[in-house]
Design a protein around this ligand. Structure first.
Ligand SMILES: [Zn+2]
Length: 397
C-alpha cells in the first residue's frame, strides 16, 4: 500500500524508454510522436524521442520493449464501501483486481452498499465525510479512489452542501438512489452542490435493484447533473428516444457503464458521434453491484466500443482517460507535462488476430497489460487478469 507522505519526500525520476506507441488520452491528438516518457517526483516532466529528453539521474528505468503506454484508466462509476472489501458480493480485493485491469483512478457514485447506510441528513453527511477520509487515507496499491459521495435526501438545505464542501466532500452520489426523485428538488440541490464545488451525477434508467427507482429523460434533464450517470442503464436502459433526448438536450457528460445495457451503450455512442461530441463520452463499471465487480470492465468497454461502435482504438482509450479527467477535473488521465504520472503499459494479447495493440482492440480483443504505474511508481507487473501480452515491459534500473 502506498505511503504518500514518504514517497513525496523522496526525490524520484522515472524513465520509460523504448515505447512503441504513446497514447495521450486526448481525443484531439490521441497518438504522440514519442518513445520516451520521464516523470519526476510523480509528475510527467518530459515526453519525446530518446535523444531529445533528459533521462539522466533516473531512479527507475523501465524498458517498455515496444509496448504501448497510455494514461492509467479511470473508472468513472464505482460503489465502494470499506477498503478493498465490498459487501455487495461479499468480495475482497476488487480494487487490487481492477488495478490489474489497468485502472489507476476510481470515482465513487455513492457508498450505497454500506450495510445500514444512514439516510437521515446528519447521518448521510457524516457517512460521506467518513468515506472521503477513509479512501483518501487508504490507497490500495496506490489506486486513487475518490469517494465520499452522499446521496441526496429530501430536506437538505444549502447549508448542508456548504458544510459538506467545507469538510472535503467533492462529489454527489447518484441522484435518485435516495428519497429525492423529482426533477425540481434534484435541480435545486444539484445547483447548491455545484455552487460549492461538488460534482454531481444521476441514476439514469430503470431500477438497479429492489428499492431503487426509474429515472427518465425528463428528470435527468431537469436535474442537470454534471454527469448523466450510466446513460445506458444500470442495468435497465431508457427507450432510445429518451437517450437521444438526453444527448441532444444538454452538454453534460455521457457516462457509459459496463454494468449497463450494451445495445444502449452503442446507441449513445452513435448519437454522440452524430452530434460531433465524442468528448462527452466517459466510461465506468458501476461495480461492485448486482453484476459483481469487473476488474477488466473498463478495457472491456474500450474494446467493445471500438470494435462494435466503429471507433479507432486510440480514441476509445480517451473515453476512459482524458475525457474523464477533463470532465472530472482530475490531474491524471492525459500524457502531458505536469500531469500525474499514472500509466498503463500494454501490448496486443498473444494470438490476437490484430497486427498490433490498436488493431487488436479494434477487432474486439482485450489488451494484455504488462505494467501499471501510479504517481511515478511501478505498482504491478504482468497483469494476473488480462490475457498474456505478446511483449512485456521490464524494470531495468
Ligand atoms: Zn445507478
Amino acid at each position: 500500500m502506498a505511503n504518500d507522505a514518504a514517497e513525496a519526500a523522496t526525490p524520484s525520476k522515472l524513465v520509460i524508454r523504448n515505447i512503441g506507441v504513446v497514447l495521450s488520452g486526448a481525443l484531439e491528438n490521441p497518438i504522440l510522436d514519442a518513445d520516451t516518457v520521464v516523470a519526476e517526483n510523480g509528475r510527467i516532466s518530459a515526453i519525446g524521442k530518446a535523444g531529445d529528453v533528459d533521462t539522466s539521474g533516473a531512479t527507475t528505468i523501465v524498458d517498455a520493449r515496444g509496448t504501448v503506454v497510455a494514461p492509467g484508466l479511470i473508472d468513472s462509476h464505482v460503489h465502494p464501501v470499506a477498503g478493498d472489501w465490498t459487501p455487495r458480493q461479499n468480495q475482497l480485493g476488487w480494487i487490487d483486481s481492477s488495478l490489474h485491469g489497468g485502472v489507476t483512478t476510481m470515482i465513487s457514485a455513492g457508498e450505497v452498499h454500506h450495510p445500514g447506510r444512514p439516510r437521515d441528513i446528519v447521518g448521510l453527511k457524516a457517512h460521506a465525510i467518513t468515506a472521503q477520509r477513509s479512501f483518501h487515507n487508504f490507497r490500495f496499491g496506490g489506486v486513487k479512489l475518490h469517494a465520499g459521495a452522499p446521496v441526496i435526501e429530501p430536506g437538505m438545505t444549502e447549508q448542508d452542501f456548504k458544510d459538506l464542501a467545507e469538510a472535503g466532500v467533492k462529489l454527489l452520489g447518484e441522484v435518485g438512489l435516495g428519497g429525492v426523485k423529482d426533477g425540481a428538488s434534484a435541480r435545486q440541490m444539484v445547483a447548491w452542490a455545484r455552487k460549492y464545488g461538488i460534482q454531481s451525477t444521476i441514476h439514469t434508467g430503470g431500477p438497479s435493484i429492489p428499492g431503487s427507482g426509474l429515472i427518465g429523460a425528463d428528470v435527468v434533464l431537469e436535474a442537470d447533473t454534471d454527469v448523466v450517470g450510466h446513460i445506458n442503464g444500470g442495468h435497465t436502459a431508457l427507450p432510445d428516444k429518451e437517450i437521444r433526448c438526453i444527448c441532444e438536450g444538454c452538454r453534460r457528460g455521457l457516462e457509459i457503464v459496463h454494468n449497463g445495457n450494451e445495445r444502449a451503450a452503442l446507441y449513445t455512442l452513435r448519437i454522440a458521434r452524430e452530434l460531433n461530441q465524442l468528448d462527452r463520452v466517459i466510461l465506468g463499471t458501476d461495480g461492485p453491484a448486482g453484476s459483481g465487480a469487473q476488474p477488466l470492465g473498463i478495457i472491456r468497454m474500450v474494446a467493445m466500443l471500438s470494435s462494435l461502435g466503429d471507433v479507432p482504438a486510440e480514441q476509445a482509450f480517451c473515453f476512459a482517460t482524458g475525457n474523464t479527467a477533463r470532465m472530472r477535473k482530475l490531474d491524471c488521465g492525459l500524457i502531458e507535462v505536469g500531469r500525474t504520472a499514472d500509466f498503463v503499459l500494454m501490448d496486443k494479447a498473444q494470438h490476437s488476430a490484430g497486427v498490433n495493440l490498436l488493431e487488436s482492440v479494434r477487432l474486439g480483443d482485450l489488451p494484455g497489460i504488462g505494467m501499471t504505474v501510479i504517481d511515478g511508481v511501478v505498482r504491478t507487473g504482468r497483469s494476473r487478469n488480462t490475457p498474456p501480452a505478446e511483449r512485456l515491459p521490464e524494470v531495468v534500473g
